[in-house]
Design a protein around this ligand. Structure first.
Ligand code: NDP
Length: 328
């Protein structure tokens, strides 16, 4: 038995509290693999869990943090042995199962993937759930048969985590990328990642017409709500939009017009319960296709003890690109 450092969310009468404290090994939940966590990240959903703004934490006490990279300490799973480098995203970790903002995690081996060849644990978490979701979105567009010759690809929430990786991946795949952002000062940053054009998000975030001028063939949308409705309304005939986020809202105030008059397809992306085969394919493609120089350019690093203050920042849209959390 031993104690380790962890961020812990507890239920209170007025909502929830957050503290950085010792957590006992014996209080970890069931799982056949125990991992020494070396890195985690900050995602939008982590912001919701840390602040309690949305009820993503559904078990108390909870260690938040939805993804980690680390080294197997002990394993009863046939695929993993002590010393193996592993990555975890999703599966309710940090929501219903004790999560990543801690020096130790115990999880089901079936949830893990081996650290992809070519990525360090730190780089894997610079990608994290956000970047892996960007890759799932690109894979959905590919599976739909979309190619750069069909026309431009739009990315919304482009300065955020999903958006930054999506811009880099689409540009690398040969797309003419239009990056939509509300941050006028991030134009050079987005062009550095491969964006060909910058679009002010004010052109997309207010109610618009059911159909507009056809401006892009494909899109990766991290924003949802009115923005997604406008993205659909301006997608070219037979185009496709991968919907993966809700930074503006959960609603979708659209009409059937883009679907029945232009044959536009809306492709849903869920990174949490992706089956193992697709998960590994996504990570292998990330290792092959994501420019590591661009990944470094979109990433900053913080210590585990700093995480508690970052939830509000990401929900306010103040965090650029990706944040790696180093767990000592
Ligand atoms: P970030 O906060 O890093 O990025 C979101 C970006 O959206 C912001 O940077 C901002 O970009 C833009 N934005 C924020 N608020 C608004 C608003 N009110 N209206 C319009 N645009 C806004 O978050 P992540 O990249 O980590 O996640 C993005 C979204 O994807 C989240 O909703 C998250 O929950 C979802 N997600 C879903 C997954 C899935 O499995 N489907 C997995 C991972 C994430 P800018 O300043 O450039 O305009």
């Amino acid at each position: 038995m031993g104690a380790f450092k962890a961020w812990v969310v507890e239920k209170t009468e007025s909502g929830q509290s957050l503290s950085f404290r010792d957590f006992d090994d014996a209080d970890l939940m069931d799982g056949d693999v125990t991992v020494r966590v070396t890195h985690s990240t900050l995602n939008y959903k982590d912001g919701l869990a840390l602040t309690g703004r949305s009820p993503v934490v559904r078990r108390f006490p909870m260690i938040p943090g939805i993804d980690f990279a680390g080294t197997v300490e002990s394993s009863g799973h046939s695929e993993y042995r002590a010393g193996d480098a592993v990555v975890l995203t999703g599966w309710g970790v940090g929501e219903t199962h004790l999560g990543a903002y801690a020096q130790k995690a115990r999880v089901k081996g079936d949830w893990l993937v081996p650290l992809p060849a070519g990525l360090s644990p730190e780089q894997a978490m610079a990608v994290g759930t956000a970047g892996y979701t960007a890759m799932l979105s690109l894979m959905a567009l590919d599976a739909h048969g979309m190619t750069p010759s069909d026309g431009p690809a739009l990315v919304t929430g482009a300065s955020g985590g999903v958006g930054s990786v999506a811009v880099a991946l689409l540009a690398r795949a040969g797309w003419h990328v239009i990056a939509s952002t509300g941050r006028a000062g991030e134009g050079d940053y987005l062009k550095g990642l491969g964006a060909a054009e910058i679009l002010d998000r004010a052109e997309l975030d207010k109610p618009g017409r059911p159909l507009g001028k056809e401006r892009w063939a494909a899109a990766i949308d991290a924003v949802g709500s009115t923005t997604l409705a406008n993205v659909l309304a301006m997608t070219k005939s037979d185009g496709a939009v991968a919907a993966c986020g809700l930074a503006q809202g959960m609603d979708l105030p659209t009409s059937v017009a883009p679907f029945i008059l232009r044959g536009v397809s809306l492709l849903g992306i869920n990174s949490v319960t992706t089956p193992q085969k697709k998960r590994r394919e996504a990570w292998a493609r990330i290792a092959r296709e994501l420019d590591l120089g661009k990944l470094a350019a979109m990433t900053r690093t913080v210590g585990l003890e700093e995480v508690g203050t970052l939830g509000e920042d990401i929900l306010a849209g103040h965090v650029r690109g990706r944040t790696v959390v180093t767990v000592g």
